[in-house]
Design a protein around this ligand. Sequence first.
Ligand SMILES: *Cc1c(COP(=O)(O)O)cnc(C)c1O
Length: 444
Amino acid sequence: MFDKKEIEILQKSLSRLQEGFSLPKWNPNEKWGDVEKILLEVARKMQNNYPYFHPQYAGQMLKPPHAVARMAYALAMYINPNNHALDGSKASSPMEKEAVSQMAEMFGWKNYLGHLTGGGTIANMEALWVAGKVHPEKKIVASELSHYTHERISGVLGLPFEKVACDTLGRMHLKALEDLLLKGDVGTVVVTLGTTGTGSVDPLTDILELQKVYGFRIHIDAAYGGYFTLSTALDNQVKEHFNNISYANSIVVDPHKHGLQPYGCGCILFKDPEVGRFYKHDSPYTYFTSAELHLGEISLECSRAGASAVALWATLQLFPLTADGPMGQGMNNCHKAAMDLYSKITDNNNFVPLHMPETDIVIWAPKDESLSQISKRSKALFQKCAAQNIHLALFNYPTRLLPDHWGSIKKDREQVTCLRSSLMKWEHVDWVDRIWEIVEKEAS
Ligand SMILES: *Cc1c(COP(=O)(O)O)cnc(C)c1O
């Protein structure tokens, strides 16, 4: 499960790293006995986790970092570079620039401004902050199933925010959006390509048509879904939305969601490099060793983990962002796993799916006569599966947005609790049969 080979490679690389510095020896003088004791205690405590790394964990959006990312991160930590200024990150800042340029290229951008962030929340914050600078006083709007961060961050930034209603597939409703646009006070539309809850993809292609009429800024929140740009397996219409990402003004994508990275790795990209002017600040103590761009000059965060950039860079060497390489195939696998699970659900009369997965999230529930019964049974099944080491997640979906095939079920609640699976590991495609076998058994 946790491979010895990894430690072997790490040890070799550490020796190579050490060869780069010819300094007098010194002894760090650690109390190794105490350190070992504490580490063993940490290991014992960490046993109290769901097995997020295993394909039988098919619940929340958790994906283990690839070994290459884990090792590169660990190796970089012996230096602990700070990608704020080049003084503190001579090697890792250029690696960040290189990695970010590959992320931008995935969306078809050659000229852009971008950098890594601590995660999707901060990346979205930078996007909305710039949106507010470009359209002061104007509204930010995002769908009612968009990530809660947009409303909260608009609040932090003091920008007016409004929700746009969704359709029964969980996507931004175009008519509802146009009704808001008609009022003339919308500055920025947040388009979510892959919602965190249901994996739904907002209709970017149609929103771009509305943009021609109403003229607003488009920010794409692809924190979770961005890597699906590489997938050739998606439904044609969904694929087209991803193909149109390059027309956006800004994009957020989280390498720590689908990109095999440890947490602490988000990415913000702006189409117009000129927005860099908003970031201008004077730091009297950081930017001396080079006239080249210091990433802290275009980032709201100051200190940032150089190790994150090193891990992402290393991962992109092994898995370049191409549709026909393993990364694209991996994203295809995720979608296929979701479609396989969906068809098992539709084939079984004891279950009812929410809708066909657009990415790799599947929502479904045990069939019953009312939403209260369904909610109760979802929770029970969630527990029973967990006891068999099959880990799912729960999700509350608004009754108002339920699709037609839920028509005969008694709507006695505002929300229904369903089961939710994020099938975001490449291996999931080989595990759907086993997962389903156990789910079916526990449900009967
Ligand atoms: C996860 C997610 C976020 C928040 O990102 P963090 O990395 O958790 O801070 C924002 N938007 C979407 C669509 C997400 O899936």
